[in-house]
Design a protein around this ligand. Structure first.
Ligand code: NDP
Length: 254
């Protein structure tokens, strides 16, 4: 039988719409559904579909989080800690992201900085803020001697194939490509630094997905993308530390 994701607690960013919202929907359908789904977004009040899901499912806990509001991280971590206690946090999914299309003639310092802040700096800082709770989850499941998995203790950063240097044959998209390539490097370092604590880290490419970001002409729906991503996350172990996986299970070159 195929392994299935069995994380008890999962924290996600950017759940107001798109891939983040679909993650929440599909996590609720897992055979071993999480006890805690910490679904965050910039403005919970305006996220009607997400609010609806939380009303119907007691596993869904909502909190406002702008990922660039670094000063709010300690209180968000405390909010999670209060609920999960000694069990810690099993899985952090840094999903929130922005897509800037500025070409060479219009790219600006501001645009570069903004993409880096949201797509790379924020996932790194949030990961660091959650390390103590991820370590707790890892220890609760046997610490560094145990098998690594996304059900035990894991950080998944949602990147893009556009952040692959080897895959870049069409140029352009300076801020997006560079910020995701930087996210990839940050994730690789995290995977090395946190391995001894039993925390698995890597990046995933969701495919070209029909969301506000991907547009209507994108190749796949959020359902197909997230179904694939959950299957990938279910299958990862210690030999995958520093993974760069596509939603279809293939490995993407750095
Ligand atoms: P959407 O544009 O549909 O959604 C983006 C999400 O990120 C929204 O929930 C948005 O919140 C949130 N977000 C943006 N900025 C912030 C911030 N500062 N703080 C908190 N949340 C924020 O995009 P997708 O769902 O398509 O993308 C999700 C991830 O997948 C991104 O990291 C993206 O780069 C990646 N990706 C997507 C692809 C695609 O084809 N769609 C392809 C490859 C990668 P709000 O509603 O408040 O704006």
């Amino acid at each position: 039988m195929e392994a299935s994701l069995a994380a008890k607690s999962i924290f996600l960013t950017g759940c107001s719409r798109g891939i983040g919202l679909e993650f929440v929907k599909q996590l609720l359908k897992l055979p071993n559904k999480p006890k805690y789904i910490f679904a965050t977004c910039r403005d919970v009040e305006k996220a009607n579909e997400l609010k609806d899901l939380a009303k119907k499912n007691p596993e869904v806990y909502l909190h406002n989080l702008d990922v660039t509001d670094f000063e709010s991280f300690p209180s968000v971590v405390s909010w999670v800690k209060e609920k999960v206690g000694d069990g810690g946090l099993n899985l952090l999914i840094n999903n929130a992201g922005i897509f800037d299309v500025s070409a060479l003639d219009v790219i600006s310092r501001e645009k570069m900085k903004q993409s880096f802040e949201v797509n790379c700096v924020a996932p790194l800082m949030l990961a660091r803020a959650f390390v103590p709770l991820l370590k707790k989850a890892s220890s609760a499941a046997g610490g560094d001697n145990g098998m690594m998995s996304c059900s035990k203790a894991c950080i998944v950063n949602v990147t893009s194939r556009m952040g692959s240097i080897e895959d870049n044959t069409s140029g352009g998209h300076y801020s997006y490509r560079a910020s995701k390539a930087a996210l990839n490097m940050v994730s690789k370092s995290l995977s090395v630094d946190l391995k001894s604590a039993g925390i698995l880290v890597g990046v995933v490419h969701p495919g070209w997905v029909q969301t506000d970001m991907g547009g209507a002409n994108a190749l796949i729906t959020t359902e197909v993308s997230v179904k694939g991503l959950i299957k990938v996350l279910s299958s990862l172990n210690q030999s995958d530390a520093g993974f760069f996986k596509s939603f279809d299970g293939s490995t993407i070159p750095w």
